[in-house]
Design a protein around this ligand. Structure first.
Ligand SMILES: NC(=O)c1ccc[n+]([C@@H]2O[C@H](COP(=O)([O-])OP(=O)(O)OC[C@H]3O[C@@H](n4cnc5c(N)ncnc54)[C@H](OP(=O)(O)O)[C@@H]3O)[C@@H](O)[C@H]2O)c1
Length: 354
C-alpha cells in the first residue's frame, strides 16, 4: 500500500524524468503532482513518450509551492541552479520533506556559493538546516533531516572514491588529480550549441575550466571528513558522446611509497562492507570499472591500485550521473528518511549492453 504522497518539480528534465521512472514503481509512494512550466496542461506521456501508461496520462501542472505543500508530503526538486529556493523555503516551512537534486543547499557557506555560482544565495537562512545527503557518509543524520541537498554527480563519485583512503591517511596532501568523463545528460535538457549532436558526436572535450562548480562541494566535504584536508585538488571534467554515465580516473601520490593495492582495498572493505550500491573490484580483478556496467542502475563501481616503486596511486570509478549521481541517490535518501529498506524501488542491476 503506498503510504507517502510525493511530487516532482522539473518532471520533464533529465533528472526529473529519471525520478518519475523510479518513483512510479516504488511500492511505498504515490506521485500526486508533476510540475512543469513549459508543458503545463499536457499529459506527461506527450512530452516523455516512453513513460508507462498510467503515469503517461497524468497532466503536467504549473503549481505554486503552497499548492504543492497541500498535495504532497515529500517533494523532489529537479531544477536548475538558483531555482530551488523559491520552492524549498515554502515547502520546508509547511512541513514537507524536500529532496533538492540541484546545488542550492549543498554548500554550507553562502559566500562560497556566490563565488562559484555568481549570484547571492537565494535562501541563506535555510543552509543550516540542509543535510548534504550522501547516504554512505551521512546515513545516521538522514532520519532526522527534512531538507536534503543531494550531492552532484561528479562529487558523488569523487567523494565515495577518496574518503575511505583519506580516512586511513593513504594519500599525500595536494597531489589529487581527477580526470572525469561524463555523458551528455549530465548537462541537462537545455538546448546549447556545445551539446548539439554535430558538436559532440565522434568528439570529446573539457569544459567548466578552470574551476568547475562542483569543485566547491568536493573540497567542502573532503575538508570536513579529513581534518587537515586533502589540499588543492585539480578537477578536469570532459563531455563524451554517450547519453548517461560518468567515468573517473583519480590519481595521487601515496602518503607512503610502500602503500599496496591490498591496503587500498582494505580501506574500502572497512568502510563499505555491506553497502548495497558500492561494488569495489578486488586488486588484480582483470577488469576496470566502465560506464556500461553501471548505466541505468544506482551502483558505483570502484577499483584502486598503487605503484609502490613510483609512489603513485589511482582509483577508477564508474557511476550513472542520473542514477547514483542524481535520482537514484535521492530515492536512496528517501528510503532512509522514511525508515524503508535502502534499496527499495532502485535498480539492482545495470541495463547492460542491449
Ligand atoms: N543531469 C544530471 O546528470 C544531474 C545530476 C545531478 C544533479 N543534477 C542537478 O539536478 C538539477 C536538474 O538537472 P537536469 O539535468 O535534470 O536539468 P534539465 O534537464 O535542464 O531540467 C530542468 C527542469 O527544470 C525546469 N525549470 C527550468 N528552469 C526553471 C525555473 N527557473 N523554475 C522552475 N523550473 C524550471 C524545466 O522544466 P520547465 O521549464 O517545463 O518548468 C526542466 O524540466 C540541476 O540543478 C542539476 O545541476 C543533474
Amino acid at each position: 500500500m503506498p503510504s507517502l504522497r510525493v511530487a516532482i518539480v522539473g518532471a520533464t528534465g533529465y533528472s526529473g524524468e529519471e525520478l518519475v521512472r523510479l518513483l512510479v514503481r516504488h511500492p511505498k509512494v504515490e506521485i500526486t503532482a508533476l510540475v512543469s512550466r513549459q508543458h503545463a496542461g499536457k499529459p506527461l506521456g506527450e512530452v516523455v513518450p516512453h513513460v508507462p501508461s498510467g503515469i503517461g496520462e497524468r497532466l503536467l501542472e504549473r503549481l505554486l509551492p503552497g499548492e504543492l505543500a497541500d498535495r504532497a508530503e515529500a517533494v523532489f526538486l529537479a531544477l536548475p541552479p538558483g531555482s530551488s529556493a523559491a520552492f524549498a523555503g515554502e515547502l520546508y516551512r509547511r512541513g514537507c520533506v524536500v529532496f533538492d537534486l540541484g546545488p542550492d543547499f549543498r554548500l554550507r557557506n553562502a559566500k562560497l556559493y556566490k563565488e562559484f555560482y555568481g549570484w547571492d544565495h537565494p535562501a541563506e537562512d535555510l543552509l543550516a538546516d540542509a543535510l548534504y545527503a550522501l547516504p554512505e557518509w551521512y546515513r545516521g543524520k538522514i532520519p532526522s533531516a527534512r531538507l536534503f541537498a543531494l550531492p552532484g554527480c561528479y562529487p558523488t563519485g569523487i567523494l565515495l572514491s577518496l574518503l575511505p583512503l583519506l580516512e586511513r591517511n593513504l594519500i599525500a596532501r595536494g597531489s589529487v588529480v581527477v580526470f572525469a568523463l561524463s555523458g551528455v545528460t549530465g548537462a541537462g535538457r537545455k538546448p546549447e550549441p556545445r551539446l548539439l549532436f554535430a558538436e559532440l558526436a565522434d568528439n570529446a572535450y573539457a569544459y567548466g575550466l578552470p574551476r568547475h562548480r562542483h569543485l566547491a562541494e568536493i573540497e567542502q566535504e573532503l575538508d570536513s571528513w579529513s581534518p587537515g584536508g586533502v589540499g588543492p585538488l585539480c578537477f578536469i571534467p570532459h563531455l563524451i558522446p554517450v547519453r548517461r554515465g560518468i567515468l573517473l580516473t583519480i590519481t595521487f601520490r601515496l602518503a607512503r611509497a610502500s602503500v599496496t593495492d591490498q591496503e587500498l582495498w582494505d580501506a574500502y572493505q572497512v568502510r563499505y562492507h555491506g553497502e548495497p550500491f558500492l561494488r569495489v573490484l578486488p586488486p588484480g580483478s582483470g577488469r576496470a570499472p566502465n560506464i556500461r556496467d553501471v548505466a541505468g542502475s544506482n551502483l558505483i563501481e570502484l577499483l584502486a591500485g598503487s605503484d609502490p616503486l613510483r609512489g603513485t596511486g589511482w582509483v577508477l570509478a564508474a557511476l550513472d550521473n542520473l542514477g547514483k549521481g542524481a535520482a537514484g541517490q535521492a530515492v536512496q535518501a528517501m528510503n532512509l528518511r522514511f525508515g524503508w529498506e535502502e534499496p527499495l524501488g532502485l535498480d539492482p542491476y545495470p541495463g547492460g549492453p542491449i
